[in-house]
Design a protein around this ligand. Structure first.
Ligand code: SP5
Ligand code: ZN
Length: 359
């Protein structure tokens, strides 16, 4: 049976091709590469998926979840870096932060935007691994457009749509980027579903890493439930400072955030029980539509996580998420095993279609 879930695609993802990540001060090979999305696309097309081109959306859709100062920084960061001569001296051709307005530095004072071009990235970026090159903004914008296009299709009545977003997005907060992410595609999609008339939406994040971005963006809101299963950051994994089960939201959003951290080596059984809890929580929250932040880096063999989920596990996760019969916007997040990424995404989408029974 051909895959009935359409693939929303933007060629412009290839314009973002970071040559490295700076990790503990060392230049290491980039894990988040153009080959990832190209591998997923060819697997899905082979499985008979139809392809829809991402359509451009205006900045209002981004401003609903991101500060305009973050958007303005991202849009001009590389051009500013280049204009400041940094590619020639000291010889860094991508935007990398070096000083951060750490809360312990500022003591509660509001940081002003630094005059020096090389000091500005730290005001918006929380790690050293998320580099900006000449095509990063156009690519990140295209990924958000893919998520928005998928959300529009779902608002228009499509039951299940997959957006092949790259670069990924789930680590980005309202004001700060990092974790190989620049714009929070899943949050943008959730907000777009709300604007399209869904009274409540749930973001279910099964990427191996904590979905700290949507957690933060919707922290005080109860119209968007955020729920994430991930490698326990307390066992030594990114994003290190967030992702514990005590984080439940605040104010009106208290109880509308759910984290299920798992230990290294967790396999299908434990992971699927957690996925099921996320799905049941989304269902009982009254969500009328779901956003699935689909990272496949929880798979055994992925270089960026010690979780040990199989292809069958991902298929079953898809089935569980499809079962409530809610419309789902699927947004691509991580997954770094190039040999496996296509079949992991395909298995999840096949499971989703099967569980939904209505694609
Ligand atoms: C979207 C997504 O999955 N982002 C996760 C990024 C987590 N990266 C953490 C990298 C930690 C250091 N890895 C060492 C290998 C350096 N190439
Ligand atoms: Zn991840």
């Amino acid at each position: 049976m051909a895959l009935a879930i359409p693939l929303v695609w933007a060629d412009d993802h290839r314009l973002h091709a970071p040559s490295a990540e700076i990790w503990v001060g060392v230049r290491t090979p980039a894990a988040e590469t153009p080959a990832r999305a190209d591998a997923i696309r060819s697997t899905l097309l082979e499985a008979g998926a139809s392809e829809v081109a991402a359509t451009p959306h205006d900045d209002a859709s981004l401003e609903a979840v991101h500060d305009s100062s973050l958007l303005a920084f991202l849009a001009s960061a590389w051009a500013d870096w280049d204009a400041a001569g940094l590619p020639a001296d000291p010889g860094q051709d991508q935007v990398v932060p070096y000083i951060f307005p750490h809360p312990g530095l500022m003591g509660g004072l509001e940081p002003a935007l630094p005059a020096a071009t090389w000091a500005r990235p730290g005001a918006f970026c929380f790690d050293t691994m998320t580099l900006i090159g000449p095509g990063t903004w156009v690519a990140a914008r295209a990924a958000a457009d893919a998520a928005l296009t998928a959300a529009d299709l779902v608002t228009g009545g499509a039951p299940l749509v997959y957006a092949c977003c790259r670069p990924p997005g789930h680590h980005v907060t309202r004001t700060a980027y990092g974790g190989s992410c620049y714009l929070n595609n899943a949050a943008v999609a959730a907000q777009q579903l709300r604007a399209g008339g869904a009274a409540r939406v749930a973001v279910i994040d099964i990427d191996a890493h904590h979905g700290n971005g949507a957690q933060s963006i919707f922290w005080e809101r109860n119209d968007v439930l955020t729920a994430s299963v991930h490698i326990d950051p307390a066992t030594g994994w990114f994003p290190h400072f967030l992702g514990g089960e005590a984080e439940r939201g605040d104010g009106a959003g208290l109880g509308s955030n759910l984290n299920i951290p798992l230990p290294p080596g967790a396999r299908d059984g434990e992971w699927l029980r957690a996925v099921d809890v996320l799905v049941q929580t989304a269902r009982s929250s009254g969500a009328e539509a779901l956003v699935l932040a689909l990272g496949v880096d929880a798979a055994g063999g992925d270089p960026e996580s010690p979780l040990d989920v199989t292809v069958r596990g991902f298929r079953e996760a898809g089935r569980l998420i499809g079962q409530p019969g809610l419309p789902v916007v699927v947004v691509q997040e991580g997954g770094y095993d190039l040999a496996a990424i296509g079949r992991l995404v395909l298995a999840t989408l096949e499971g989703l279609q099967e569980g939904h029974g209505n694609a």
